[in-house]
Design a protein around this ligand. Sequence first.
Ligand code: GUN
Ligand code: ZN
Length: 441
Amino acid sequence: MKDPKAHPTKAFRAAILHSLANPTDVGLENSYQYFEDGMLLVADGHIVNVGHAEDILPMLDASIEVVELDGKLIMPGFIDTHIHYPQTGMIAAYGDQLIDWLNNYTFPEERRFEDDDYARDVAVHFLDELARNGTTTALVFGTVHKSSVDVFFQEAEKRNLRMIAGKVLMDRNAPDDLTDTPESGYADSKALIEKWHNKGRLHYAITPRFAPTSSSEQLRLAGKLRQEYPDVYLHTHLSENPKEIEWVAELFPDSKNYLDVYDSHGLLSNRSVFAHGIHLCEQECARLAETDSAIAFCPTSNLFLGSGLFPLSKMEQSGIKVGMGTDVGAGTSFSLLQTMSEAYKVMQLQGEKLHPLKSLYQATLGGAKALSLDNDIGNLEVGKEADFVVIDLHATQLMKFRMEHAESLEDKLFVLMTLGDDRAVFDTYSYGQSVYPVNNR
Ligand code: GUN
Ligand code: ZN
């Protein structure tokens, strides 16, 4: 990556929009930067300048290639803080809520990942789909099979993506051929950490599926791994569905609440990401905030499985970091734009408005903060890694027509988030290189 000939300095000219901070903390006006005729200068995978084209152009050496993106909008790459790559082949499965959906659709599909060739094929489709949707970083579930994660990391490494993934830990309440043991889960996770964690742009997440499918002994060993590797992530599900919550109370009668199952096994930290957290009590919220743990808000999944309405404001008021997750395959779209559109509706149903600049923050810098990666990614500040997406605001006939009636930047952004999806993604760059699927061009 250090060979300057392989990665020459490149300039990208387009409108540029990125978040600088959470609008809830600094107000809308101070939360973003926008350059109508902007320029992004990229060298060696990093952003070396960003600003008005008229200011940067005179400084450019004649040898520097300028990529003219007339009429396009550059934004930071989207960050998906919760997704399952093995569920790509069963997205949009009809009729069930969480527990039945897992038994009827998810487990049968995840069994197929015993076969490495199948796993690789899905991983390639999955990574193409992320790129097609402008997602440059994701926190990803594998299956219980160690090799499912090996294969995933191999494919992510080829594209030089900043990805976090982990092998599922599951030693009970699941089909026999999909379970590990506390010891084998520990050993397999450890081997994967040694092989992949912090290799290039890759990171490992210890991944117990959720409390009902892990014994206390398995969770204890997950906690041991966390102690041995303190900068490794912890990724699991939490408080998604009322029946699930009742089940956890039966399985762990000594725990104060659902979160306490994880807490009592040493699984909470600033590297812990819990998907959903829809039905949390005050105590659980306080503990998440105290430990700087994050929640992944997954609106398309929460609606699709009928799980409930995520109380975003309550979470933020409690001081909890929140990122956005698609949760494919319970989620119904890989697109963070569509995910924000559904988030808006979830907030409408609670009598609240989710501002488009807040949505932009949630899908980019907020996600990076939730993953403790905001020193490297999340916006287009100088020094950060050059992960960005080139948006076509006129991608469909309807968007084109509607944009004519959009006056302000905020209007345009809201239309993009409400009507846009993968069709609005013109190109996706990871570490300064396009990763957009060749078969789409
Ligand atoms: N809880 C446990 N496993 C899963 C899963 O695969 N998807 C979702 N949405 N929730 C879960
Ligand atoms: Zn999930």
